[in-house]
Ligand binder design. Structure first.
Ligand SMILES: Nc1ncnc2c1ncn2[C@@H]1O[C@H](COP(=O)(O)OP(=O)(O)O)[C@@H](O)[C@H]1O
Ligand SMILES: [Mg+2]
Length: 343
């Protein structure tokens, strides 16, 4: 059932911090209006960290931009429902959205430097968010900025608050972004590949910091990445996305022990082996096709070693609920012996 909402809590629970239902997004392309996110439903219950995982081109960023109300209001078509802290955000004006961004939901991106202004000190950029939302004085908001820089592990925060972004390393810029995102204590933090551009050691520190902040600030997290290894460290549950659709969603341990979609199996096999630096166990051949080439049947069949002619290529495959909190979109579910990587 396409509307099946995965994860943890019974459907009637309404303390979800994020609840996306039947979200579709279309962009105009040379091939006409093209759907790049197709009927996606997912939930982030209060207090949870939920992973959204899939290769580049799966539709993760477009989904997260929709949840932040950051898609251009003209130039794309959005349908479905997105509720953040119980409030419907599809259809809100830009002004209404900017009032709740930073308070109800915040986002950190892969490229922190691009989101920071080179012309202002990092302290001023954090303080500005506090001033806009809470109307406090310049002095008080700057004090809050220093406090927040300290909370994200910037040493000598009072002095460093007066530095400009170019004076920080990539990892430190990501901490500054996190400070901007967290300073007004949002209910939901969306992190889109926040550690992808960082080297492994810095990535580990960043993940630990986000985990600490999750508990300390009582924020729920939607964590977006192409790396299931990272999801395993950060998240309680996960939605696997391929070619604009959720293909499997479940608790993270269940996915690792017993993946039910061949694409999930492929992503598990592609987790870098930490004992052999820089290597991957194996990866799925090919890449996510362009959205106008997505088959109307199983979208993964062209890359799937389990695909069966006449079955996988004959009709659209629906997302089926197979157990409480567990869904899979594979017509061969139950017939396949897929490999997990249980520890
Ligand atoms: N503004 C846009 N116009 C047309 N196509 C877009 C636009 N933004 C994203 N897309 C396409 O949507 C698909 C999903 O993109 P994205 O959400 O960025 O994937 P991911 O974050 O999973 O790598 C891609 O094929 C991308 O090229
Ligand atoms: Mg992306």
């Amino acid at each position: 059932m396409a509307t099946d909402l995965p994860l943890l809590l019974p459907d009637e629970a309404d303390d979800d911090v994020l609840r996306i239902e039947n979200l579709s997004v279309e962009f105009p392309t040379d091939h006409g209006w093209t759907r790049v996110v197709d009927d996606v439903s997912l939930r982030v219950p209060a207090g949870a960290a939920v992973g959204l995982v899939g290769e580049s081109g799966s539709g993760k960023t477009v989904t997260s931009l929709a949840a932040m109300g950051l898609l251009p209001s003209r130039g794309c078509r959005v349908s479905g429902s997105i509720r953040v802290a119980g409030r419907e955000i599809v259809g809100l004006t830009e002004r209404e959205l900017s009032d709740i961004r930073g308070i109800d939901m915040s986002m950190v991106f892969q490229e922190p430097r691009r989101s920071l202004s080179p012309a202002f000190t990092v302290g001023d950029q954090i303080a500005e968010v506090v001033r806009r939302h809470e109307g406090v004085s310049k002095k008080d908001s700057f004090a809050r900025a220093v406090e927040m820089l300290d909370a994200v592990g910037i040493p000598d925060a009072h002095r460093r608050a007066k530095s400009y972004p170019h004076e920080f390393s990539g990892g430190m810029c990501q901490r500054v972004m996190l400070a901007i995102a967290m300073v007004c204590r949002p209910k939901l933090l969306i992190a889109d590949e926040p550690t992808t551009a960082l080297d492994v050691t810095v990535q580990r520190e960043m993940l630990r910091l986000m985990k600490d902040l999750q508990h300390e600030y009582d924020v729920s997290i939607l964590f977006i990445t192409h790396d299931l290894g990272v999801v395993a460290e950060m998240c309680d549950s996960v939605a696997v996305m391929y070619a604009g659709q959720v293909v499997e969603s479940t608790l993270i341990d269940d996915l690792f022990d017993d993946p039910r979609h061949p694409y999930s199996e492929g992503l598990l096999a592609a987790i870098p082996d930490p004992s052999v630096k820089g290597t991957r166990l194996s990866s799925i051949p090919g890449a996510v096709p362009a959205p106008w080439d997505w088959p109307q049947t199983c979208r993964f069949q062209t890359r799937c070693s389990h695909a069966e002619a006449g079955l996988c290529d004959s009709e659209p495959i629906t997302l089926e609920s197979i157990a409480p909190g567990r869904s899979v979109r594979c017509v061969r579910d139950g017939q396949l012996e897929l490999r997990g990587i249980a520890g």
